[in-house]
Design a protein around this ligand. Structure first.
Ligand SMILES: Nc1ncnc2c1ncn2[C@@H]1O[C@H](COP(=O)(O)OP(=O)(O)OP(=O)(O)O)[C@@H](O)[C@H]1O
Length: 590
């Protein structure tokens, strides 16, 4: 059922290149016809030469025809391959564009929850498999069907008795093939294999990322359990599949190859009876044995097809992921003020509810801090403002508009965020900064970098702002990446700024400098800041204390010290941790 749906999808995709594909299949079929001609000519030559009055000039003509047939066969094969590849290229191009467009419409959170290996496999491997279906399997399948049909018809025309002998093993081979296909359809082996392949891809990505940890803890490769298990499970599934399939497949091959066992005795007997000539026997020995080779190819293609269709199912699954609503921009959904209101916001990752009815307001022009124990839901709440996900219930308003009614690109224009994980693209420092504001002038860029305390380290890089960073470029420390992200956010100058642990890597001196610069630059903006070091947010206009997905307290630092036991406890712990001693003078002034 799922397979026939995937097959329809695949044919719909291929259907857009119908003309080229039909032509490719026709060329492939014609090439199968020309492949038969040399055999017919060998038969005719044998007939001619074995005749008492052999006509050698006629044989010469036959040789010429055979040469032309071979040339035409390969020319047609080439044309078929070229047409099929061109069609496949267009189909793949369309599919890749559709996938990329689709990914662009999915919530940003989709990419964090997805197994990194899954998307990688779908976009790279599964799409690539469609190429082999269109470019190779379709034309090959045509030739594999036409060739035995044509050969059988010809052999029957020459001698129907030997024709039957040549075909004897085929029904039995087909019965075994049917058993194999039925087993393949019933079992979920292909699905399991793709699942394991995704897990393995994901584990490899994770393994590479975790390499520094593995090395620093002196762990061997084998200690990375997820990677090892996924590779082992994949290998073991393959072994299981091979074990299950090998006996039937061997029987299938045996039956296919057994044509000679029937042709030889029947042929020799008929020849002995004078019922056939030597050239007919020769023809059957040449063609009858090869008759079954295309059938083996059909069986291999059938197996590949099952594998491909499972990949197609996964492509379809990505294409049918639920998209976020995308309203078009109008006066009616362009906020002029930038207060953020959470109204009874609920959100769950799968079954697990992590925001349980949050009500809060981050006022325009004020700094609102989210604090609370690890896992309380602070980052999730901040990410919902940028529509990484949409709430399961309740709404988030920006300047009075439900953020779902604001076009995503406009919402992104209004927000700047610096999250814990700083994405860096493989390009120059300047290009990374200008992602904040396309076409920003050099002096604006340098001002932003200076405010974020990033200018000095950028200037010290081998080519300054033109130094390549990211994959394959100069490596940056965690603190440097974060300062770059802060500079990018400053350059963007959006009315709403969300900082999630943006100073986690900064030392006390740099943090104070960045905060000082930000407090000047952020005047009049709505700022949401998440920080574990309470000393960094104690001056916030409003502090929201998160506890297990709920707002356990809202107020200023002083108010919360009296009204929220959780906050008072956190503050006490923060002071006890001794971190406050760095800021001791300021804090004692509060
Ligand atoms: N992408 C995700 N998929 C599934 N669960 C997630 C995801 N992100 C976070 N969680 C879970 O949701 C809960 C809330 O996480 P969140 O990051 O919002 O908390 P937090 O208060 O910001 O924590 P921290 O201070 O440690 O960053 C946690 O239990 C976390 O494990």
């Amino acid at each position: 059922m799922a397979q026939s749906k995937s097959l329809r999808f695949l044919l719909r995709l291929a259907g857009k290149q119908r003309r080229k594909l039909i032509l490719s299949c026709l060329c492939s079929a014609a090439s199968a016809v020309f492949a038969l001609i040399p055999f017919v000519i060998v038969y005719r030559m044998a007939e001619g030469l074995l005749h008492p009055q052999a006509d050698v000039s006629a044989v010469r003509q036959l040789i010429l025809v055979a040469c032309i047939a071979v040339l035409l066969r390969f020319a047609l094969m080439g044309a078929s391959t070229m047409l099929a590849h061109t069609a496949a290229f267009h189909v793949l191009y369309d599919l890749r564009v559709r996938l990329i467009e689709k990914l662009g419409k999915l919530p940003l959170g989709f990419f964090s929850t997805q197994h990194s290996g899954r998307l990688n496999k779908v976009i790279a491997d599964d799409v690539e498999r469609i190429e082999s279906f269109i470019a190779h399997h379709l034309p090959d399948l045509t030739a594999s069907i036409i060739a035995p049909l044509l050969t059988t018809a010809y052999l029957f025309a020459v001698d129907w008795r030997l024709g039957i002998a040549a075909l004897l093993p085929i029904p039995a081979a087909f019965a075994v093939q049917g058993l194999m296909s039925a087993h393949g359809r019933r079992s979920d082996d292909m699905q399991r294999m793709h699942d394991l392949s995704e897990t393995m891809n994901g584990a490899i990505v994770e393994f590479v990322h975790a390499m520094p940890v593995i090395k620093s803890f002196n762990q061997t490769v084998h200690s990375f359990a997820r990677y090892r298990h996924s590779v082992e499970s994949y290998a073991s599934l393959w072994t299981q599949i091979a074990r299950k399939k090998t006996p039937l497949y061997t029987l299938f091959l045996l039956l296919l190859e057994s044509g000679l066992l029937f042709i030889m005795p029947a042929g020799v007997w008929l020849y002995g009876q004078g019922a056939i000539t030597l050239s007919v026997l020769l023809l059957f020995l040449l063609l009858g044995v090869g008759l079954t080779a295309p059938l083996r190819q059909i069986s291999t293609l059938g197996h590949m097809m099952q594998n491909n269709l499972e990949g197609v199912r996964r492509i379809e699954a990505v294409l049918s992921e639920e998209e976020q609503s995308v309203p078009t921009r109008s006066e009616a959904n362009s906020p002029q003020r930038f207060d953020i209101d959470f109204r009874q916001v609920r959100f769950a990752y799968g079954e697990r509810e992590v925001l349980k009815g949050i009500d809060l307001t981050a006022e325009h022009g004020k700094v609102t801090a989210f604090v609370g124990p690890s896992g309380a839901g602070k980052s999730t709440a901040a990410q919902l403002i940028a529509r990484f996900f949409d709430p399961a219930a309740g709404e988030i308003r920006l300047g009075g508009f439900d953020i779902r009614s604001i076009p995503p690109e406009h919402l992104m224009d209004l927000l700047s965020f610096v999250f814990q994980d700083v994405p860096i693209v493989s390009d120059s420092v300047a290009a990374n900064l200008r992602m904040g504001k396309e076409g920003a002038s050099e002096s604006d860029m340098i001002d932003a970098a200076q405010a974020a305390q990033a200018h000095d380290f950028i200037s010290a890089l081998p080519e300054g702002y033109n130094t390549r960073i990211g994959e394959g470029g100069v490596p940056l420390s965690g603190g440097e990446r974060q300062r770059l992200a802060i500079a990018r956010a400053i350059l963007k100058n959006a009315p709403v700024l969300i900082l999630d642990e943006a100073f986690a890597f900064a030392d006390a001196e740099n943090e104070a400098k960045i905060q000082d610069a930000l407090s000047r630059l952020l005047h009049g903006k709505t700022v949401v800041v998440i920080a574990h070091r309470l000393s960094t947010i104690m001056d916030a206009d409003r502090i929201v204390v998160f506890d297990d997905g709920q707002a356990a307290g809202i107020g200023t630092h002083d108010e919360l010290l009296h009204s929220c036991p959780l906050y008072a406890g956190m503050w006490q712990a923060h002071r006890d941790a001794g971190e406050w001693s760095l800021e001791g003078k300021e804090e004692s002034d509060v």
